[in-house]
Design a protein around this ligand. Sequence first.
Ligand code: NAP
Length: 277
Amino acid sequence: MITSKNIGILLNLIKNSKKSSDLYLLVKKNSISYSSKGKSNFYIKKHSPEYKIKISKFYQSILNILVPIIKNNKRLVIAQIGQSIDGRIALRNGNSHYINNPKSIIYLHCLRSISDAIIVGSNTIKKDNPLLTTRKIKGTNPKRIIIDGSLSLNNNYKIFNDGNENIIFTKSSRKIRLNNSTIIRLNEKNFTKNLIKQLNKLKCKNILVEGGSKTISELINNQYIDILQFMIAPILIGSGINSLNLKEISNLNKAIRPKCNFNELENEIIVNLFLNS
Ligand SMILES: NC(=O)c1ccc[n+]([C@@H]2O[C@H](COP(=O)([O-])OP(=O)(O)OC[C@H]3O[C@@H](n4cnc5c(N)ncnc54)[C@H](OP(=O)(O)O)[C@@H]3O)[C@@H](O)[C@H]2O)c1
């Protein structure tokens, strides 16, 4: 059976397997291992998972969304937005806990665990004080990358106190020390383009951009995002922070109309927009 206790191990095995070939696994009560075709009870053929074991609809949906991303050979940058049906990611006062179904945190930790790096903006650290780990599923933690233009964060936030490393990108020349952090200063002129060049040098295969709105919007405006993923909760907030704030257009024929797919997760919908394909 696949549960929150073993999905982290499963995703890690898939991540470390050959991208191009079919994959056969044997899931037992307390372990998951690679196996031969005949002995397997969980296999992935042409990027689609198939099961001979007990698995709930929730975990099937998670694997249906994530397996094609893991098995893809190319580098993918995924921006993930948890939003209300009227397009808000937080209240005006910054509170965003919780817009989505409590179980969606398991999905988010699965998505983090298949990513090599996770990017957030400084306001998200200030408002949410997140750890950005995969603790709910005991998966692999991605590198944490924080964009802090004016270097306004301080050591009181959780990410500077759990011992894991951070990379901070800034345009400020302020001299401060942040625990467990490498601070990389970039020219203010063309900051986002310089940032993308530096991110490309990190040689990460999957990168997750978790928010907030300013960070994701700026990276979309600079064509950095491959998959824009909305996790849409059937709630109305009515006011607050918009999920995106993109360049204004004057004609609907200039709207972005990418390929997309839809997935159900509990009572929510996950929509993937494939921006760069
Ligand atoms: N529901 C969700 O999925 C979700 C996820 C994450 C966050 N949130 C919510 O989103 C809110 C925060 O979003 P936000 O849009 O206000 O802020 P944000 O994107 O978290 O952070 C924005 C700040 O990061 C820096 N930054 C990011 N990208 C930059 C770039 N390309 N160039 C220069 N600086 C850059 C800037 O810092 P400086 O101002 O110092 O220059 C900017 O002001 C919070 O309320 C949080 O709860 C929701």
